[in-house]
Design a protein around this ligand. Structure first.
Ligand SMILES: NC(=O)c1ccc[n+]([C@@H]2O[C@H](COP(=O)([O-])OP(=O)(O)OC[C@H]3O[C@@H](n4cnc5c(N)ncnc54)[C@H](O)[C@@H]3O)[C@@H](O)[C@H]2O)c1
Length: 259
């Protein structure tokens, strides 16, 4: 799967799943725009990718701010001439119920996870429309099921599926495919942060490993490979799809039957 001559715009590209996707795209010939608000991690990745001989640029962006994203998209086209694929991986996790979530937290989560995806699409689609291409939104198993105490996150990830399907319908005529991936637990800085909230962080990792039928959590590249496939023309008849990449997590029914 080569991406020679292609330009990929990756929000949340500095760390975690987005970073793994950027590395895969670059290794396979794409020019990569790393779009993130973490300046240190973004610049470090762009420098390393360029040292390995691949074109990359970092844009410091808050995806919740449309003007930021628009500037990054236009700068990417100024630098590389086009945008073929958009990958939305920028996201944040927060905890709360319908009662304990306050308005600021709701707005923060929706602003990054859902409005951020819309902002990126709105800024990139006019460029992608020039030749066709693809959009891959990183949603979550929490778009399809839920846990306790994750109201805003779960609502945002469900919303991202609707955003994906809607765009798949609106832009199919332009040769733009839009798909979502729904990862189970992935070993990224987001998980490290979530585990650090527990007095025994290792117990969080142990529980996450155990709850997946494959007996372990994912590494970021295992999600990046599916993102790359959905971005690539190899998946040319896949659009509006929701792909779980969850080690079987959503396949199982709880409880062990007596035999
Ligand atoms: N790690 C998991 O277990 C897991 C599971 C399912 C889904 N996801 C989803 O995958 C995506 C990537 O998660 P991850 O685990 O790699 O997270 P991460 O925290 O490791 O990386 C997220 C990246 O997004 C960037 N970001 C966050 N808010 C931003 C903003 N407002 N503007 C610009 N950049 C911003 C961060 O700086 C970071 O580089 C998220 O949408 C997350 O919800 C993660």
């Amino acid at each position: 799967m080569r991406f020679d001559g292609k330009v990929v715009f990756v929000t949340g590209g500095a760390l975690g799943i987005g970073r793994a996707a950027c590395e895969i795209f670059a290794e396979r010939g794409a020019s990569v725009a790393i779009v993130d608000w973490d300046e240190n991690a973004g610049n470090e990745l762009a420098t390393r990718v360029k040292q390995n001989g691949y074109p990359a640029v970092f844009h410091k962006v808050n995806v919740a701010n449309f003007d930021d994203v628009q500037t990054a998209a236009d700068s990417t086209v100024a630098a590389f001439g086009r945008i073929d694929s958009l990958v939305v991986s920028a996201g944040i996790q927060r905890y709360g119920t319908a009662v304990s979530t306050d308005e600021a937290q709701w707005d923060e989560v929706m602003g990054v996870n859902l409005k951020g995806a819309w902002n990126a699409a709105k800024a990139c689609i006019p460029h992608i429309q020039k030749q066709g291409g693809s959009i891959v939104n990183v949603s979550s198993v929490q778009a399809l099921a839920s846990q306790q105490n994750v109201l805003a996150y779960t609502a945002s990830k469900h919303g991202l599926i609707g955003l994906t399907r809607s765009m798949a319908m609106d832009f199919a005529k332009d040769g733009i495919r839009a798909n979502a991936v729904c990862p189970g637990t992935v070993d990224t800085p987001m998980l490290q942060w979530a585990a650090s909230l527990d007095p025994n962080p290792q117990s969080v990792y142990d529980a996450c490993n155990a709850m997946h039928p494959l007996g372990r959590i994912a590494q970021p590249r295992e999600i990046g490979e599916v993102i790359a496939f959905l971005a690539h023309e190899s998946s040319s008849f896949v659009t509006g799809a929701v792909w779980t990449v969850d080690g079987g997590l959503l396949t199982q029914i709880g409880g062990v039957p007596k035999v």
